[in-house]
Design a protein around this ligand. Structure first.
Ligand SMILES: Cc1cc2nc3c(=O)[nH]c(=O)nc-3n(C[C@H](O)[C@H](O)[C@H](O)COP(=O)(O)OP(=O)(O)OC[C@H]3O[C@@H](n4cnc5c(N)ncnc54)[C@H](O)[C@@H]3O)c2cc1C
Length: 460
């Protein structure tokens, strides 16, 4: 191993996603804490934070010395039928939903994640699932969501729905180490990569973590996203009891996201994302800086991964539809049997179909990443599967990548200042202006869009 790294090296290079794998390996010396920007970062003894080690260098998902997704997948799934540039190694891909019970209605998309987790438990293949649930009293612990190990069907189903909120694996990994059993872990791509890197290094985790369920990922948000919801819905953050990022309404298109806050007095307030100043996913508000250097959209190192079918007619179906990519033979059989028994409504699709459902994500993580890799940056240099390239993107796309990068970088300090001086309007106005610029550039929307069009920034 050439250059050893410490948690400090990764954090100071803006490459820490906050997964907590390093803290779990160093507990009780280390822990995960929300920082001033509402992002989880490793904390604890200074000596640990500064210590450069082989273990950390090989297991941090953003370490340039760790195995990459291709190398991991080649070891984990050597016999899959397909090896695709977008989806990685895979056996089968589907579009559809869980037809059994009300998994679909309770899930964010087609309810497939909760269904597979429940099925693994029901078939006795695992004893517990590490996934994300709402905390009982968010005002007490200062966080709205956390990882938990669920051991019953009821507990698994309590976790349904996507949480665009910082969470970490530190505690659940420590629990898995302490309590013998067979576990499944649900996570976004970099978290699953962290788990697989840990399994490569540590036989205990290799034996106990038997299944990995990956979520496709656009990017991870900071905890301030929820505070911004509260500011824009004009309710005190201190009164929020429950947060729903995507309230499901079967009568509205699935991609019309509606955010919903339940207050301690039972009052419910909600707003559609497109009425929020920071509700355009593509603009990158509250994005973790490490996401700029990720090249895995579909959790390529997971036994099975799940996303939303963001193409018509599925995106207009408010009941929600998954795209699913299967890699492990055991999970493949589980899914195939349930299709046969009509407990799952899934149609087989090819890699291009799945890629198309995540077109924007792939642009940002392939062409956009290649462009970002040409920019000068200090600290640890990421090692990615795409080569630096500043020639392929047209001028307008380069401007979009730069604007998204700037919005995500400036969002944190602007929100922090507004929070400190208790001036929500400062942030909301800044976000509003940034959004108008972004949408003008990206979709030629509004007066700014017309102006940009006139400037002819479309030139190649
Ligand atoms: C940060 C984030 C970004 C995403 N970006 C995209 C994207 O760009 N494109 C896309 O198609 N899909 C994306 N997804 C996935 C998508 O939102 C759905 O989670 C996925 O389609 C599964 O839906 P479902 O109905 O099958 O799952 P459900 O049945 O609703 O179950 C969801 C499961 O995921 C767990 N979970 C929820 N949030 C988290 C989390 N933050 N970390 C780990 N586990 C969690 C829950 O505990 C539950 O077990 C993203 C998810 C997250 C969390």
């Amino acid at each position: 191993m050439s250059k050893l790294l410490s948690p400090r090296d990764i954090v100071h290079s803006h490459l820490c996603i906050g997964c907590g794998s390093c803290a779990a390996q160093a507990a009780p010396e280390a822990r995960m804490e929300l920082d001033a920007y509402g992002e989880l970062k490793p904390a604890g003894k200074t000596s640990w934070f500064h210590h450069r080690s082989e273990k950390f260098t090989a297991t941090c998902p953003f370490s340039p010395q760790a195995l990459n997704e291709d190398e991991l997948a080649a070891r984990l799934y050597p016999d899959t039928s397909y090896r695709d540039a977008a989806l990685g190694h895979f056996q089968t891909a589907y579009v559809g939903y869980a037809a059994e019970d009300d998994f679909r209605l309770q899930g964010s998309s087609g309810g497939m994640v909760s269904w597979v987790a429940r099925e693994l438990l029901k078939k006795g293949l695992i004893d517990g699932v590490a996934h994300v649930v709402a905390v009982k009293d968010p005002q007490e612990g200062g966080r709205f969501f956390q990882y938990r190990i669920s051991r019953t069907e009821e507990e698994v189903r309590e976790g349904a729905k996507s949480r665009y909120y910082p969470v970490d694996l530190c505690e659940v990994l420590s629990l898995i180490r302490e309590v013998p059993g067979r576990y499944a872990v649900v996570g976004i791509p970099c978290f699953i990569k962290a788990v697989q890197l840990l399994r490569q290094q540590d036989p205990l985790f290799r034996e106990r973590i038997c299944f990995t369920l990956g979520l496709f990922c656009g990017h991870m948000k900071s905890a301030r996203f929820v505070e911004s919801f509260a500011w824009q819905m004009k309710v005190p953050v201190s009164e929020i009891r429950q947060v729903e990022f995507r309230h499901k309404d079967p009568d509205r298109p699935a991609n019309w996201y509606n955010a919903r806050l339940t207050l301690r007095n039972g009052q419910v307030v909600n707003k559609d994302w497109w009425h929020l100043s920071d509700g355009d996913w593509g603009a990158g508000f509250f994005m973790n800086a490490a996401c700029n250097f990720c090249d895995d959209v579909v959790a390529e190192t997971a036994d099975i991964s799940f996303g939303d079918a963001w193409v018509e007619p599925y995106s207009s179906d408010g009941k929600g539809t998954n795209v699913v990519v299967v890699r492990s033979p055991v999970v493949e059989k589980l899914v195939a049997d349930a299709i046969e028994e009509k407990r799952l409504q899934l149609d087989q699709v090819d890699a291009r179909f799945v890629e198309q459902t995540q077109a924007a994500g792939f642009r940002q993580r392939r062409e956009g990443l290649a462009y970002r890799l040409t920019w000068w940056r200090k600290g640890v240099q990421p090692r990615k599967r795409v080569a630096p390239d500043q020639h392929t993107p047209i001028t307008r796309r380069k401007l979009i990548y730069r604007m998204r990068y700037q919005i995500s970088a400036w969002c944190h300090p602007v929100f922090r200042l507004a929070r400190r001086i208790k001036a929500p309007r400062l942030y909301i106005r800044w976000a509003h202006l940034s959004l108008a610029l972004y949408q003008g550039l990206a979709y030629h929307r509004g007066r700014i869009g017309a102006f940009i069009k006139r400037l002819g920034a479309e030139r190649e």
